[in-house]
Design a protein around this ligand. Structure first.
Ligand SMILES: Nc1ncnc2c1ncn2[C@@H]1O[C@H](COP(=O)(O)OP(=O)(O)OP(=O)(O)O)[C@@H](O)[C@H]1O
Ligand SMILES: [Mn+2]
Length: 515
């Protein structure tokens, strides 16, 4: 009897300990979920997508190492075997995915590939460009604002200072579900990327831009070409570039690149290409079939709208970035900018050792800024954009942040010619991110071919309903140019040993052959 009692009490102690440990684990899990923020705003449906700490997240590893269920990799596995030695493991991962590709969307497979789901550095509080005030902020705020702060604390509606006519009544709360797509986009901008490739808000933003009623239109100052700033009833804004030439017209070879018209479809295609390639930049660019009128001295009224022929005007729309007063940006002159003179050459065109000078010049002498620039040069070469005179960054993030690729209107001008000089940063510095290089390699494989995924991506754009956004010769040019980029890297590797910058350390730590 006594023995039995002892047995019971031991069992209940074990049970209590088990419960305690379970509770502790649960508490720890809840704590981790609330503290370890991985994206500025990441809707629940996309939580399993990409952003997480390299050391913590094992899901990406699983997708690398899961065993193939069939063995029909055939031609693609052959291609993979011929890939760079150092990346055997990553490319084995590629082979596993390729087996599932047959009969499935190439674009979907690409975005599911481990290389497109690389873990990002864990976000710290100041890695978000903007954030919604918390209760603590409200409490910290001075007593002057107490009334208003009280409203926010109670999660009531945000009050709009503007009483302008035509705007919707604002009914947003701290709950992301109540935010319009443009606001979700703004709140999602982080130090490392403008948007998350898998964020469902991207599609909503596209739809939003293509369907919103336009409340007002003003001409946007700055830059050389006509741009209009559209305002929507829910306070969203977009930058409009109208169609100026037929989308298939090749740029005249005798025209200086800086005299070229901008192309609305180039802005749109650039967004899609960037999404396939590095996704550290660019913003959603789309279309509207609309008529509008501007504010100017004459012919600017509802009686004189700018309209397409006969009913619809093709344009590109870029969602506006947060206002400069909220998120100031810095504009940087590209060290490889062209001379905008018809007679002079730029320094980089005369000095083969130019990169050594750039490498010693801030901000290129520190961190990964030079690699970002090289990523951008590869993107520009693929779409043949010679007009990257400047790029911008968000001031808040200092020098450790992604580069904004605004203004791609002069890309996709010619498909029959490539412009090797755009690759000068890669050629002269002989350095490239490993993740970039591996993605480019992936996009050269038949199962993920760049032209194919690009065709598929462009087909999802609202404007594709009118006509394909890029003609087939432009898509073919992408594959040809991609092969050129890989050749340039190969040539660098023939001469130098430190060509590949390993930005994937800690990710594939079991790699037998670290760079
Ligand atoms: N989506 C956007 N949101 C906020 N600002 C923008 C956006 N797009 C462009 N801008 C701002 O407007 C400026 C001019 O835009 P853009 O470069 O597209 O015009 P452009 O006429 O082609 O200029 P340029 O003649 O200098 O090439 C940009 O440098 C940027 O600061
Ligand atoms: Mn421009």
């Amino acid at each position: 009897m006594v023995r039995q009692n002892v047995g019971w009490s031991t069992r209940s102690i074990y049970l209590a300990l088990a419960c305690l440990s379970l509770t502790l684990h649960l508490l720890l899990a809840i704590f981790c979920l609330s503290v370890l923020q991985t994206a500025c705003v990441l809707p629940a449906s996309s939580f399993h997508s990409t952003l997480s700490s390299p050391r913590m997240d094992t899901r990406h590893h699983q997708s690398f190492s899961h065993s193939p269920s069939s063995s029909d990799a055939s031609s693609s596995s052959h291609e993979l075997k011929s890939s760079p030695q150092n990346d055997k493991q990553t490319l084995t991962g590629a082979r596993n995915v390729i087996q599932k590709v047959n009969g499935r969307s190439k674009l979907e497979s690409l975005f599911n590939h481990p290389l497109y789901n690389l873990p990002h550095p864990q976000l710290q509080e100041d890695d978000c460009l903007l954030r919604v005030k918390t209760d603590e902020d409200a409490e910290d705020a001075g007593s002057e604002d107490e009334e208003r702060e009280g409203d926010i604390k109670n999660d009531s509606e945000w009050q709009s200072a503007s009483q302008e006519e035509g705007y919707d009544k604002v009914t947003w709360t701290r709950d992301v579900e109540t935010h319009p797509p443009w606001l979700r986009f703004h709140l999602g901008i982080s130090r490392w990327e403008l948007y998350n490739r898998k964020d469902p808000n991207l599609a909503q933003l596209t739809h939003y831009l293509a369907t919103q009623r336009i409340l007002s239109v003003v001409q946007k100052t700055g830059g050389t070409q006509l741009k209009l700033l559209l305002s929507f009833p829910n306070y969203g804004q977009a930058l409009l570039k109208p169609m100026k030439q037929s989308r298939d017209a090749e740029t005249d070879v005798n025209l200086f690149y800086f005299s070229d018209f901008e192309r609305h479809n180039a802005e749109i295609a650039a967004f899609h290409l960037d999404r396939l390639y590095c996704n550290r930049s660019l913003l959603s660019l789309h279309f509207g079939n609309i008529c509008f009128y501007g504010q100017c001295e004459s012919y600017c009224s509802t009686e004189h709208p700018v309209c397409g022929q006969p009913h619809a005007l093709e344009v590109s729309l870029a969602v506006m970035l947060p206002d400069l007063s909220l998120a100031p940006r810095r504009s940087w002159r590209s060290p490889w900018r062209r001379s905008y003179s018809r007679t002079k050459l730029a320094r980089w065109q005369k000095d083969p050792a130019y990169c050594n000078k750039v490498k010693q010049t801030p901000p290129y002498n520190h961190g990964t800024r030079l690699l970002d620039l090289i990523d951008m040069a590869v993107l520009d070469f693929l779409m043949s954009n010679m007009d990257r005179h400047h790029y911008e960054t968000f001031e808040k993030f200092g020098n450790e942040t992604f580069l904004l690729h605004l203004d791609n209107g002069r890309a996709f001008g010619r498909h029959s010619r490539d412009e090797p000089s755009i690759l000068a940063p890669l050629q002269q510095c002989c350095r490239i991110r490993r993740s970039t290089f591996l993605r480019l390699h992936l996009l050269s494989l038949p199962d993920f071919r760049l032209s194919d995924v690009m065709r598929e991506s462009l087909a999802q754009d609202p404007l594709a309903g009118v006509a394909p956004l890029l003609s087939e010769p432009h898509l073919t040019a992408l594959d040809r140019r991609l092969a050129t980029v890989l050749k340039v890297v190969q040539t660098c590797q023939d001469w130098q040993s430190d060509v590949i910058y390993n930005d994937m350390e800690g990710y594939d730590e079991h790699d037998q052959h670290p760079d």
